[in-house]
Every structure is written in structure tokens, then in C-alpha cells.
Write a protein that binds this ligand. Structure first.
Ligand code: GAL
Length: 912
């Protein structure tokens, strides 16, 4: 039986080692040689986020073709059947295209030398004003990156809702002047872009440097041949983001961080380290470090490479002296070539990386130094972790020898009202809330995440299923990745693995989501195998999966992947039988897990009657839908035809304990895919709404995933004046079902002090329900028990009218760095301070002091007020203002919220 075991760890990136231009005064001991490092280390990694100029569209009257490649015309299906091949380009003669100049940017990620692209002669775009140094861009918009040009809106009310109704598409230009000092002459200079949406082309000083089409990739262009040291260098970047290219909101713009990297010509290559820990015991961990050294000079270089390992503290700072050393290796690196060296060291009594609450995410950093002719040429930091993984076909997933159920969620990359523009704090907040719920894993559906997600996951102990693609050659939308699959799948796959393989949080790779190739027999399987093999070449230490919704257990597709990741079909779609046992029988030596589960839909604070029995119903006019207002009932019992309730998946996982766990669709709501109401702007799938407010569903997961946390949660709210004394057609009093999610095993419900009965959770039941309650205003209280002892209580009360507003910042002190955020919750409350459930008051947010309101939201998928608006209706009692401190300005920000007929609220936020 093949049990997937791996003791690899990590990868690099992140805050650590961002800028290595630190003045080094310490004596660095390397391979027995002690030397004093020169004043400034040669590697610098400088944030290039600030002060860009931006304009939408190409220059007026431009006749030069700047397109990457000819695109097929037409609109094509939004959620296609997945069987269509990539659309063929139109038959008419093609205009000149830039593809041949862009492809060489990916050459380091193409294995076969014969397949590396060769740059043609010529300099496309040189006649376009926007690439020229002398072009006056002073009238362009001034902004800082990361930037998403779609978030400002407006929302469109026509067309389909799949991509979020925001104008993320079209052409956008970014320009920035780079100061490159004379002292940088002779250095290698790179531009590193963590993500640009999409089809980026980069020019420096009017010369086309390169680019990258896939909007989720992180990539580097080499500026060295085009740089003018000792002067101003003009950078110009054009993006060309197709409209009909995604099944969700992709965003548009340079939406992730951008870096300028300067190194000596002999240096560690891009993502040029690979750290694994092939043997781990309590006594010691073997740390293997493979280093790729690039020599950009025109002379052969003699280099020595050594690595020291240090422990990191919880904030990622190095502590103490080195805990392991990897002795120096001598290398010869040919002119313009690369060479690889590998060495091993032992970390005694390693502190392991693992997910809380059972384990701690301890981290280390490998500090690699490169000497060239005896002089310091480079220092490179690789954060990593030591842990063992076991993927057992019969017993599930183990980390560091401990069985851990994968309690995962799938998330898209957008950050709600902030769009797709990466913000560290917004992402951290997402993970904090997921951890509070008991989640221990996240699937980066369906694309490479921002590097910061992995850095946060490493630090916080979240495990990651790292995914490359939503489509291969079989398209889902007309202009999706299928157009460039043939030319770019290898580069985009190697890129992801090289970038992310040192992160201890990454436990598995996914090469795709619900690709049409699942249903294409041997031909589809061959594509899967190619991708799987590429991943394993870059990282043999982790299993490779592919999320399968329709592949059958007897199809050749599952044969070629290491781990069986099932979307929905595992627990059984609709009335269909579960396929977990079918796949288990067909593949007794493969690990199986739910790669995508549930897809329950709900709107926070909305309840629709009657309430479905059992584990729920496919959503419809008489099943959970408020068809007039386009909301979904929050009883958490409704889902599309392919999906299920949380309850059903929990039961399947308990019945089939060989299954390693699940990744729920989705942790957070996201822009786009507003199933079942295509007219809306954002999804109903999230456990947490788009603004970051918990739906009831949060608590059914918390109850099940954090069994040791005493908690109970009762629903619905208890303001039903229209149900008081209400009778059905037969003259019977209508029922208002009350459901309770608790980590206890029993509960008693009281309505106005009268017991509605004490009930036990039966096997395979995850909620306790009183479906016969007749509404009367007052107090609904639940007392939960565990093993007969009182365990937790929860109460909802009928509230009075809205009386005043409350403002609650999630953080009262934020950094004055122009990036840190405070998420300020607004509550509409009655006289006694209870949130008034149905209130939709129009709120006006105002701000004074050194801060700004960057966006507002309320989590209502039907709200088309633009995100930057300071005016926002409350949705079921809540709204959100996202506040940012102005860069470099310390002081006190005052946020005020006003609404007609209620007392205003004020909150203070200090900026440091
Ligand atoms: C899945 C798909 C996801 C999302 C989800 C909605 O089939 O993989 O991307 O569309 O359905 O339920």
C-alpha cells in the first residue's frame, strides 16, 4: 500500500528577507572561514508599490497593435459545459501580436531547452506615447499599488452576475520613474510582480522587456539590459484584461505587491532554494538545502555556498545562534549559466510546525550565503518549517504523527469591498475568523494565491491546498486560461511550485478544478499526468491532487493523480449515492478527501418559511429562496443541485472515516457567482458574508470543528410581528422553527421561560431543532448540555425599535503606513443595546483626522452602492466601514456614523 509520506517543508517569501540591504556589522562565519561582511550586502529587495501613475485605455488614436495574441470573438457561455475546446482564433489575417516577445520571460520555467522561446528582433510598442520616457503623465491618476481598477464601480445591472458586475476588464497603463543609482551599474536588476491581472507587458526606457499573461502568476522580468544607471528610468506596464475570462470576479490591475530586486551578477536564482526535511525525529531533523546560483556575468565564477539555520520567533524574527550549519560547497558557475548545489545539516530537537490547537506553527529560516572569489556576493533567506505529513488511504491525514481532520474552506482571492487589491491586514482578518471557526486549512481556489497568504498561513498554522488552474484546454468561459494553456501551463505550474514549496503550510498541490478533461478518457488523463509530473519534478515531497466533480472511479483520470480530491460527489450530489466508498474501493492505496463540499447558500439574517426537513433541499421558490428580494434563507438547509448542507457532509465524513476531511465552498463570500440570483453582485456561498460578518452557518462549523469550545447558537432572530397569531389555510398556527448549533450533545429550549423540550443530538445529527415552535415575542433561550452537565447557553430576544448606532473598530490602534486597516462594525441597536435584526437604516460614515474610509459594505449580495461610498444602508442591523491611516501621519482618527431618527455613534482609532 502506498502511503504518501512526506517530511518536506517549505519555501521562501514573505516579510522575512524582504530587504537584505541591512548593514551587517556582525562577523559571519561560513565553513570555518570568518570574514567581515562589507558594509552593505549586495541583495536589495525594495517595495515598488508607491507613487504610480495610472490611465485606463490605450492612447487616443493609437493604431499600434499591442495585443498579446488574437482573441476569439463572441461572448461564450459563462459557466460552460466544460467540454468545449479552446476557441479557435478568427480566420481573418492576424494583426501583429506580442506573444513572441512575452514568451521568453517564462524560459526559466521551461525544462526542455528546445522549447525555450527565442525573442525576435524588433521593439514592439516603441511608437506608442505611453512607453516613452518623455511622455508627460502628470494628468494621470496618482496611486499606490496594489490596485484593482474594478472596485470603484459602478455596478452594472445588465448582463450576467458571474464576474461581480464591476468594470474589471479592459486596458490599463501604469507608469513609474525608477531612480537607479550610478552605484548600481554592473548589478543585476529585476522587477518582481506578485500578480497583475492580466496579459502584462513591461517596457523600460521605451524598450519592451517582457511580460506574463496569467493574472494569478508571480513573475520576474530582467531589467538589467535596459537599465540606465545614474539616471531616471521610465517603467511602463500595459495590462489587457479580457471581460469574458472568468467564472468569478478576477479584478483588474497590478493587484499584488511589486518589488525591485538588485543583486550582484552572481546570486541565488529566483526562488532558488529548496529546503526539505527528509528525516525527522524528536532527536533531530535532517535539513536538506538545494541552492541554485545564477551567474549573469560574462565570466565563469568560482563560488562557495553555505547555509545556516536559525529558529524564528512567533513574529518571524530570528532568535539566538544558528541551530544547524550546512558546510560550504564549492561551485563553478559558467558565464550566463546556473549551477545547483545541495547540502545537509541537522537541527537537534526540532520544534515542529503544525496547526493549532493541537500543535504549534514553529518556524525556522535558512540563511544562505554565496561567496564569489572569496567575497560576499549574496545572502538569501528561506523561511521553512519542520513537519512530517502522512496521507493514509485508510486512516486519513496525519501531521507530525497526529491524526488531524482537514477542516478546510475554499476561498477566492478577492477581499470583498477592497476588490482583489491585496491587503495584508484584510487577508489576516480572513484567516483569523476562519481559525476562530475551527478551520485548519484553506484551498486557494482556483489559482495561485498571493505570496502573503502563505506567509500568514505559515505564521498562523493554517494548512494550504495550493491550486494552479480552473481550466486547462477545455474552456469554461470564452477567453479563459484555455487560450494560453498550451503555451504557458508548464511555466505557470513550475512557477507556483518553486515559489511555494518551502512553505510548511503547503501540504498538497492541486493541478486543477473540475476541468473538462476529467470526462475525456485517456486523452484527459494524459494531460493530468503531464501536469502531475511537472509538479513532482519541482517537489516530490507532497502529493498532487485534482478536484474532481464528475470523474468516475473507473475513469483513467484518477489513476494518474496521487490523492483523490472529490467535489460534492463524495457525500453524494442531491439524491445520488456517496462516491467516497466507491473511489476508496477502486483506489485502495490512495488518500481521499473532499476537495470541495457543501456549497450551502444563505444571506445573513434572512429566514424564509417553511423550513426544509432533514438535511435540506435543492434551493427553489419553495425551498429557501426569497424570490422577490433575492435572498436565501439562513437555516443553512439549501443548496444548488450539485451541492449539500453542512450536515450532510459532516455525516459522510463520520460514516467514512478513511476520508481525510473537507474543503467547504466557501469560507468567505466573494464577488461574483451569485447563485441562485444572477442579478446580484456577490455570492451566497460564504460561511462569512462579504463584509466579514458571521452568518449562522459559522456556528454549525464551529460547533463541529471545535468540540472543546463550550458554545451554543440559536436561530432565527426573534422579531416576527407578522407571525404573531398567524394561521395557515387550515386554521392552524404557523410554526417558526428554532434550530440550535452547539458543541454540546443535548439542549433545552425555553420560550419566555417555558420549556419547549430537552433534546439530544442523535448520531449523524449536527443541529438540534424545535420545528413546532409557535412564535410569541419575548425571549428564546437555549441551555446546552454535555454529558449531562450544563455546557453553554445562548439567548435571542425580541428587540425594540432602532434607537441608536454603535461603532466597534476591530483594532483601535493601527499603523500609520498607509496600508494597515481598521474594520469598523456599525450596529443598529434598540434602547437596551440589542441589534435590531431587520434594520436597513441608511448610514452616513464620516471621518476626521489622519485617516480615510476606503470602502463600506454590509454583506448584502443585492446592494449596488459602490464600495468607496461613505453612505451605506445597514443590512439586517449591520454595516462596515474600512478605515486606513494616512501614510506617515500619527494621531487620532474619529469615525462618526449618522442615520435619520437614531442617535449617532463615534469611534476613535489611534494611528502609530
Ligand atoms: C463548484 C466550482 C466552484 C464553484 C462552486 C459553486 O462546482 O468548483 O468554483 O463554482 O461549484 O457551488
Amino acid at each position: 500500500m502506498a502511503i504518501w509520506r512526506s517530511t518536506i517543508s517549505t519555501l521562501r517569501c514573505g516579510r522575512i528577507g524582504l530587504v537584505l540591504a541591512a548593514v551587517v556589522t556582525a562577523m559571519i562565519s561560513q565553513a570555518g572561514v570568518t570574514f567581515e561582511a562589507a558594509a552593505v550586502l549586495p541583495r536589495e529587495r525594495i517595495s515598488l508599490n508607491d507613487d504610480w501613475r495610472f490611465a485606463k485605455n490605450d492612447p487616443p488614436g493609437n493604431t499600434v497593435s499591442l495585443i498579446y495574441d488574437v482573441r476569439p470573438q463572441g461572448r461564450g457561455a459563462g459557466r460552460g459545459p466544460g467540454e468545449q475546446q479552446a476557441a479557435a482564433p478568427p480566420a481573418e489575417p492576424a494583426p501583429p501580436v506580442l506573444k513572441q516577445w512575452i514568451l521568453p520571460t517564462g524560459n526559466d520555467f521551461v525544462k526542455d531547452p528546445a522549447k525555450k522561446a527565442v525573442r525576435p528582433a524588433g521593439n514592439p510598442g516603441e511608437d506608442v506615447d505611453y512607453v516613452r520616457a518623455e511622455f508627460d503623465d502628470s494628468s494621470w491618476k496618482r496611486l499606490d499599488l496594489p490596485h484593482d481598477w474594478g472596485t470603484e464601480g459602478p455596478f452594472t445591472t445588465t448582463g450576467r452576475g458571474a464576474t461581480g458586475r464591476l468594470p474589471f476588464y479592459g486596458v490599463g497603463w501604469y507608469r513609474k520613474k525608477l531612480d537607479i543609482a550610478q552605484a548600481d551599474a554592473g548589478k543585476s536588476i529585476f522587477l518582481d510582480i506578485d500578480g497583475a491581472m492580466s496579459y502584462a507587458t513591461v517596457w523600460l526606457n521605451g524598450r519592451l522587456v517582457g511580460g506574463w499573461p496569467y493574472g494569478y502568476a508571480s513573475w520576474r522580468v530582467n531589467l538589467t539590459p535596459y537599465v540606465k544607471p545614474g539616471g531616471v528610468n521610465q517603467l511602463a506596464i500595459r495590462l489587457d484584461n479580457p471581460e469574458n475570462s472568468s467564472r468569478w470576479y478576477p479584478g483588474g490591475g497590478i493587484y499584488r505587491n511589486v518589488w525591485l530586486v538588485k543583486t550582484s551578477p552572481v546570486h541565488v536564482g529566483q526562488w532558488g532554494t529548496y529546503v526539505t526535511t527528509p528525516e525527522v525525529s524528536a532527536a533531530g531533523a535532517t535539513v536538506t538545502v538545494r541552492v541554485t546560483v545564477d551567474n549573469d556575468s560574462n565570466r565563469e565564477a568560482n563560488v562557495s555556498v553555505a547555509t545556516q539555520v536559525f529558529a524564528l520567533d512567533d513574529s518571524g524574527n530570528r532568535t539566538g545562534t544558528a541551530v544547524a550549519s550546512i558546510a560550504s560547497a564549492e561551485l563553478r558557475v559558467g558565464a550566463g549559466a546556473s549551477a545547483v548545489t545541495e547540502g545537509q545539516g541537522i537541527v537537534a530537537k526540532p520544534r515542529l510546525w503544525g496547526p493549532p490547537p493541537g500543535q504549534k506553527p514553529n518556524r525556522y529560516v535558512a540563511v544562505t550565503t554565496v561567496l564569489h572569489d572569496g567575497k560576499m556576493a549574496d545572502t538569501y533567506e528561506t523561511p521553512f518549517g519542520v513537519r512530517t505529513l502522512k496521507f493514509d488511504p485508510n486512516e486519513g491525514f496525519f501531521i507530525n504523527g497526529q491524526h488531524v481532520l482537514l477542516k478546510g474552506v475554499c476561498n477566492h482571492h478577492d477581499l470583498g469591498a477592497l476588490g482583489s487589491a491585496l491587503n495584508y491586514r484584510a487577508l489576516e482578518r480572513q484567516l483569523e475568523m476562519l481559525i476562530e471557526m475551527g478551520a485548519n486549512a484553506i484551498r486557494t481556489s482556483h489559482n495561485p494565491p498571493a505570496p502573503e497568504l502563505l506567509e500568514l498561513a505559515d505564521r498562523m498554522g493554517m494548512m494550504v491546498l495550493d491550486e494552479t488552474f480552473d481550466v486547462w484546454l477545455s474552456r469554461k468561459t470564452l477567453l479563459d486560461y484555455s487560450l494560453i494553456y498550451t503555451d504557458w501551463h508548464e511555466q505557470d505550474t513550475r512557477m507556483l511550485v518553486r515559489r511555494d514549496r518551502n512553505h510548511p503550510s503547503v501540504i498538497m498541490w492541486s493541478i486543477g478544478n473540475e476541468v473538462g478533461e476529467q470526462r475525456q478518457g485517456e486523452a484527459g488523463a494524459a494531460i493530468a499526468k503531464e501536469l502531475r509530473d511537472i509538479v513532482s519534478e519541482e517537489d516530490p515531497s507532497r502529493p498532487v491532487t485534482c478536484a474532481m466533480n464528475s470523474a468516475r472511479a473507473d475513469s483513467p483520470f484518477s489513476v494518474v493523480i496521487d490523492a483523490i480530491g472529490l467535489n460534492y460527489q463524495g457525500a453524494g450530489r442531491g439524491d445520488a449515492a456517496p462516491t467516497y466508498p466507491v473511489f476508496h474501493e477502486a483506489f485502495p492505496d490512495k488518500f481521499i478527501f473532499g476537495a470541495e463540499t457543501a456549497s450551502t447558500i444563505s444571506s445573513r439574517g434572512e429566514y424564509v418559511f417553511p423550513v426544509a426537513p432533514g438535511t435540506g433541499l435543492i434551493a427553489g421558490a419553495n425551498a429557501g429562496e426569497d424570490t422577490a428580494r433575492h435572498h436565501m434563507s439562513s437555516y443553512d438547509l439549501y443548496f444548488p443541485s450539485w451541492a449539500a448542507s453542512p450536515d450532510k457532509e459532516f455525516a459522510a465524513l463520520e460514516r467514512f472515516p478513511f476520508v481525510g476531511g473537507e474543503f467547504v465552498w466557501t469560507g468567505w463570500d466573494y464577488l461574483g457567482e451569485p447563485t441562485p440570483f444572477d442579478t446580484s453582485r456577490s455570492s451566497y456561498f460564504g460561511i462569512i458574508d462579504l463584509a466579514g460578518f458571521k452568518k449562522d452557518r459559522f456556528y454549525i462549523y464551529q460547533a463541529h470543528w471545535r468540540p472543546d469550545l463550550p458554545m451554543a447558537h440559536v436561530l432565527p432572530h426573534w422579531n416576527w410581528p407578522d407571525r404573531t397569531g398567524l394561521k395557515d389555510e387550515a386554521g392552524n398556527a404557523v410554526r417558526t422553527p428554532v434550530h440550535v448549533y452547539t458543541s454540546g450533545d443535548e439542549a433545552e429550549l425555553f420560550l419566555n421561560g417555558k420549556s419547549m423540550g430537552r433534546k439530544k443530538k442523535e448520531p449523524y445529527q449536527y443541529r438540534i431543532r424545535w420545528d413546532d415552535v409557535i412564535y410569541a415575542p419575548g425571549e428564546l433561550k437555549v441551555v446546552a448540555y454535555r454529558k449531562g452537565k450544563e455546557w453553554a447557553t445562548d439567548t435571542v430576544r425580541t428587540t425594540g425599535a432602532a434607537n441608536r448606532l454603535l461603532l466597534e473598530p476591530d483594532r483601535a490602534v493601527i499603523a500609520a503606513d498607509g496600508r494597515d486597516l481598521s474594520f469598523v462594525t456599525l450596529k443598529v441597536v434598540d434602547k437596551t443595546g440589542l441589534i435590531v435584526p431587520r434594520s436597513v437604516n441608511l448610514i452616513r460614515f464620516e471621518i476626521a483626522g489622519p485617516g480615510e474610509i476606503v470602502a463600506t459594505d454590509n454583506g448584502d449580495p443585492t446592494d449596488f452602492t459602490v464600495f468607496p461610498s461613505p453612505d451605506r444602508k445597514a443590512f439586517n442591523g449591520l454595516a462596515l466601514a474600512i478605515v486606513k491611516a494616512k501614510r506617515g501621519q500619527r494621531g487620532t482618527i474619529t469615525v462618526t456614523a449618522k442615520a435619520e431618527g437614531v442617535a449617532e455613534a463615534r469611534a476613535k482609532i489611534t494611528t502609530k
